[in-house]
Design a binder for this molecule. Structure first.
Ligand code: UD1
Ligand code: CA
Length: 486
C-alpha cells in the first residue's frame, strides 16, 4: 500500500520516569533492538517521511537512530516535557503533508498491517481524526487512556483522570493517531492543560473533534500488538510477545527447538533450515547460524557466523567470531574476540580461544588457552596447552604451522613459532622457535632412583604414628579423660 500525503511524527521526548533508571526507556533493547528503532524502522521501510520529537537524552536517541538509519529521519526538540499534545505542537514547523500520523515511541510491536488499517479507514471515512484502540479489561491495562463513547460523542479519558469502572470501559487508546493537518492547525492550540498533571494531552483532541461534530474514526486491533512500555514489567511482557513471534518465524523456516519457551533469539539473528536449537540457548546480535547446525543447551552465541553442519555443545560461549562448516565447539568452551575456526576445526571442553585462528581440521580438545595465536591446518594441540601471550605490558603472537603436533601440557611463550610438521614433547615450556620437522623437548630429564620409594614409605609411616600419638593426647585433654591417653 502506498501512503500518499502522510508524514509521521514519533513522540520520543518523554522522561521515562516510571522505569526508575534515570535513563530513557526508548533505548532499552527488546530482543536486541532498541525500542525506538521498532517504529522508526517500520515507518522508514514504508517510505513515510518521519520526524522524531526528542528532548530527554535526545543525543542518545539520535545516535541510536543514526547508527541504524543514517539518513532520512529528522529530529525536532521538545525542550520541556509538557505532555504528548505539547510534544506534537513542537513539530508543527515541519508539517507539510495533508495527514499527520502520530505514534508514541514506546509501542514497539506495531505492524505494517495496523498502519495500513488505520490509513485505509481514515481515507475511506474521510475522517479528521482516526486512532487505534484495543480491548482489555484486565487491571494491568489500568494505565491506558480509556475511550468513552456516547451516542453523540467520543473522548479519551486519561488513566489518572478516569474514575469509571475499568471492566465496563474496556476500550483503551493505543497511542497511534492519523489526523488531518488542517484540523491540527485549527484546533491544536485550543488544548487545555490537565488540571491533574499540568500536561497538554494529545488525547484531548478527540473530544475537541467530537465537540465540533467532526468525524472521528477508530480502528480496533489486538492488544498484544499495541502494548506500550512504561515499566520493566511491561517491557518484559512486550519482549515475551516478540520472542514468541521470532521463534515461531524460525520454526516456519525449518528450525527445530527442543524447549522453545526458554530460548532467546534477537531480532537480527538468522538461522537456516535443519538446525536444532536446544534448551536455554541465547542467540544474540547479528548471529548467523547455517544449515543443519546443532546448538546445545545453555550456550550463548553473540555476533557470530556459524557455517553449515556445525555443532556447539552445551554451556559454550561464542562471541564476535566466525566458524566455518562442520566445526565442533564445547561443551564448556569460550571462543571470542574475532576468533576464526576454519572448516572441521574442533574445540573441546574447557578450551578458551581468544583473537585466534584455528585452521581447517585442527583440534584443541581439552583444557587449553589459545590467545593471539595463528594455528595452521591439521594441527593437534595437546590437553592442557596454554599460550603465554601477555607479559604484563604487551600481547605477543604464537604461530603454529600446518601439521604441527603440540604435546600435552605445553607452555608456549610468545612470541614463538612452531614450524610445519614439528613436534613438541609433553610438558614442554617452549620459549624458542621450533624448526620444520623438528622435535622440541623443553623439560627436565627424568631420573629414576631405584628402591627409593620404599625408604620414603617407611619414613612417612614413622611420621604418621607420631602424629597419632599427639592427636590422641589432645583428644584426651579435651574430654578430660587421661585414661585413654597412651
Ligand atoms: C499515552 C496516552 C494514553 C495511551 C497510552 C498508550 C497521552 C496523554 N496518553 O499514555 O492515552 O493509552 O499512551 O500507550 O498521550 N512524550 C513526549 N513528550 C512528553 C511526554 C511524552 O515526547 O512531554 C512521549 C514519550 O516519550 C512516549 C510517548 O510520548 O514515547 C507517550 O508518553 P507516555 O508518557 O508513555 O504516555 P502514557 O502515559 O503511556
Ligand atoms: Ca506509554
Amino acid at each position: 500500500m502506498a501512503f500518499s500525503n502522510v508524514q509521521a511524527i514519533i513522540l520520543a521526548a518523554g522522561k521515562s520516569s516510571r522505569l526508575k533508571t534515570g535513563k530513557t526507556k526508548l533505548v532499552e533493547k527488546i530482543c536486541g533492538r532498541e525500542m525506538i528503532l521498532y517504529p522508526t524502522k517500520l515507518l522508514h521501510s514504508l517510505n513515510i517521511p518521519t520526524t522524531l520529537v526528542v528532548g530527554f537524552q535526545k543525543e542518545l536517541i539520535e545516535e541510536t537512530i543514526k547508527k541504524q538509519i543514517p539518513s532520512g529521519i529528522t529530529f525536532v526538540e521538545q525542550k520541556e516535557q509538557l505532555g504528548t499534545g505539547h510534544a506534537l505542537a513542537c513539530s508543527q514547523s515541519l508539517w507539510n503533508a495533508q495527514h499527520i500520523l502520530v505514534m508514541n515511541g514506546d509501542m514497539p510491536l506495531v505492524t505494517q498491517n495496523i498502519i495500513e488499517q488505520l490509513y485505509a479507514e481514515h481515507m475511506a471515512k474521510d475522517a479528521v481524526f482516526s486512532f487505534v484502540t484495543a480491548h482489555n479489561c484486565e487491571p494491568t491495562s489500568a494505565g491506558y487512556g480509556r475511550v468513552v463513547e456516547t451516542d453523540t460523542s467520543i473522548s479519551i479519558i486519561e488513566a489518572k483522570e478516569f474514575n469509571g469502572d475499568l471492566a465496563e470501559n474496556c476500550c483503551i487508546n493505543a497511542g497511534m493517531y492519523l489526523i488531518k493537518r488542517s484540523f491540527l492547525e485549527e484546533h491544536l492550540e485550543k488544548l487545555e492543560k490537565s488540571s491533574v498533571t499540568g500536561e497538554w494531552y494529545i488525547t484531548d483532541l478527540v473530544k475537541l473533534a467530537s465537540d465540533n461534530k467532526l468525524h472521528v474514526e477508530t480502528v480496533s486491533v489486538s492488544f498484544d500488538r499495541i502494548r506500550g512500555v512504561n515499566t520493566f514489567k511491561e517491557l518484559w511482557a512486550v519482549e515475551q510477545v516478540q520472542k514468541a513471534e521470532i521463534i515461531k518465524f524460525w520454526m516456519d523456516q525449518g528450525v527445530r527447538f527442543t524447549i522453545a519457551q526458554n530460548v532467546h533469539i534477537d531480532q537480527d539473528v538468522t538461522i537456516e533450515a535443519g538446525s536444532y536449537i536446544d534448551s536455554g540457548v541465547q542467540l544474540l546480535g547479528a548471529t548467523k547460524i547455517g544449515k543443519n547446525c546443532n546448538v546445545g543447551p545453555f550456550s550463548l552465541i553473540s555476533d557470530t557466523t556459524i557455517g553449515d553442519e556445525s555443532v556447539i555443545f552445551s554451556h559454550t560461549i561464542v562471541k564476535d567470531s566466525i566458524l566455518g562448516t562442520s566445526v565442533t565447539v564445547g561443551p564448556f568452551a569460550h571462543v571470542h574476540e574475532k576468533s576464526r575456526l576454519e572448516d572441521h576445526a574442533v574445540i573441546g571442553n574447557f578450551v578458551e580461544v581468544k583473537r585466534t585462528t584455528i585452521g581447517a581440521n585442527s583440534k584443541a580438545k581439552h583444557l587449553s588457552y589459545l590467545g593471539d595465536t595463528h594455528i595452521g591446518n591439521k594441527v593437534n594441540i595437546g590437553a592442557g596447552t596454554i599460550t603465554c601471550n601477555y607479559n604484563g605490558t604487551t600481547k605477543h603472537t604464537t604461530t603454529i604451522e600446518d601439521n604441527a603436533f603440540i604435546g600435552s601440557n605445553n607452555t608456549l611463550v610468545a612470541p614463538v613459532t612452531i614450524k610445519k610438521n614439528a613436534y613438541t614433547a609433553a610438558g614442554s615450556t617452549i620459549t624458542q622457535d621450533v624448526p620444520e620437522d623438528a622435535l622440541a623437548i623443553a623439560r627436565e630429564r627424568q631420573v629414576n632412583k631405584l628402591g627409593y620409594a620404599k625408604n620414603l614409605k617407611q619414613r612417612d609411616e614413622k611420621v604418621s604414628s607420631k602424629e597419632d600419638d599427639k592427636s590422641s593426647f589432645i583428644a584426651a585433654v579435651k574430654s578430660n579423660n587421661f585414661e585413654n591417653a597412651s
